[in-house]
Design a protein around this ligand. Structure first.
Ligand code: GLU
Length: 285
C-alpha cells in the first residue's frame, strides 16, 4: 500500500511556522516512505476563507521547497459528497436537528444538577441533549444544526470499541475509546452546521477517504477529535488511517501560534529574505 499523507490548511489567514512544521513533516515522511504528499484546501467556512489566503498557500509551500503529487482538492467543491453522507446518516436515524444556541447550552449545563462540572469535549461543553427527542422523520432539515446521536451511533457500529494507531510522540500505540468516553466526554457532536451544511469532523473524514490517505499527519490539538473521526469512519464503512499528531510550535513566550500571529507568517520570513533552511532550523526539523 502506498503511503499517502496530506497537508490540509484552512485559507483563513496566512500560513505560519506551525503550518510550515506540519507541512514539512508530512512531506518529509511521505518522501522517506517513497509515498505521496497531497494538498487539501479546507474552506468549508465560507465567511472566513479568502481567495488571497488560498492563493498564498501554494506559494508559501513552494518556497518551503515542498511539492505535492496530485491536484489539490477543495472542500467547497465536495458538497455533494457531504450531503450524501448526511442523507445516509439521517436515513439511519442517527442525526437529529438542534436549534440550541451556545447560550442555551451554557444555561442547560449550569442549571442546578447533581454531580460535577460539565464535561468539556473536543468541541467544547458536552451537549446536554436538549433536542435529542426532536423528530428524525421526513426530509433532512437544512435550517438547523444536525447532531449525531452518539449512543445510537455506538449501537449501530457495535463492538469492538473504535480504535486507531497513533505514531506521534505523545501517545504512540493503539488508542481505544470506550463507549463511556463517547457518551460522557464527547457527546452528541454537530455533524452539519446550519451555516456550513457540514462540519470539520464530517468533511475531514470523507476527504481523507476520498484522497485515499493512509497516514494523517497533523497537530496535537486534533488528537482528541480523532476519537470522533474514527467513530465516523466505522459508521460510514471507511478505513481508518494511521495517525501522527505532532507537537505544536510555540512562540518565545510558549504560546501556541495562531493565524492572528501575523508576525510569524511564512510570507514575512520570505519577504525578509529568510531561507528554507532558516525555517527548518527555527522549527527544529
Ligand atoms: N484544516 C485544519 C487546520 O488548518 C487541519 C485539519 C486536519 O489536518 O485534519 O488546522
Amino acid at each position: 500500500m502506498t503511503f499517502r499523507t496530506r497537508f490540509a490548511p484552512s485559507p483563513t489567514g496566512p500560513l505560519h511556522l506551525g503550518h510550515a512544521y506540519s507541512a514539512i513533516l508530512a512531506h518529509d515522511m511521505a518522501r522517506a516512505a517513497g509515498g505521496l504528499f497531497l494538498l487539501r484546501i479546507e474552506d468549508i467556512d465560507r465567511d472566513r476563507s479568502k481567495p488571497e489566503w488560498e492563493a498564498l498557500i501554494p506559494e508559501d509551500l513552494t518556497w518551503l521547497g515542498l511539492t505535492w503529487d496530485e491536484a489539490p482538492i477543495r472542500q467547497s467543491d465536495r458538497r455533494d459528497s457531504y450531503d450524501a453522507a448526511l442523507d445516509a446518516l439521517w436515513a439511519r436515524g442517527l442525526l437529529y436537528p438542534c436549534s440550541c444556541t451556545r447560550r442555551d447550552i451554557a444555561e442547560a449545563l449550569t442549571a442546578p444538577q447533581e454531580g460535577a462540572a460539565p464535561a468539556i469535549g473536543p468541541d467544547g461543553p458536552v451537549y446536554p441533549g436538549t433536542c435529542r427527542t426532536k423528530p428524525r422523520t421526513g426530509p433532512r432539515p437544512r435550517d438547523a444544526h444536525l447532531r449525531l446521536d452518539i449512543a445510537a451511533a455506538l449501537a449501530a457500529i457495535g463492538p469492538p470499541a473504535p480504535h486507531f494507531t497513533e505514531t506521534g510522540p505523545d501517545h504512540a500505540g493503539t488508542i481505544t475509546t470506550a463507549p463511556e468516553t463517547y457518551l460522557g466526554g464527547i457527546g452528541d457532536i454537530v455533524l452539519a452546521r446550519r451555516d456550513f451544511g457540514t462540519s470539520y469532523h464530517l468533511s475531514v473524514v470523507l476527504d481523507d477517504a476520498a484522497q485515499h490517505i493512509t497516514h494523517v499527519t497533523r497537530g496535537a490539538d486534533l488528537f482528541e477529535a480523532t476519537r470522533i473521526h474514527v467513530l465516523l469512519q466505522r459508521l460510514l464503512a471507511l478505513s481508518t488511517p494511521i495517525y501522527h499528531h505532532h507537537r505544536l510550535i510555540r512562540d518565545d513566550a510558549g504560546k501556541r501560534l495562531a493565524k492572528r500571529d501575523d508576525a510569524r507568517a511564512i510570507r514575512l520570513y520570505r519577504a525578509e529574505g529568510a531561507t528554507q533552511e532558516d525555517i527548518r532550523r527555527r522549527i527544529g526539523i
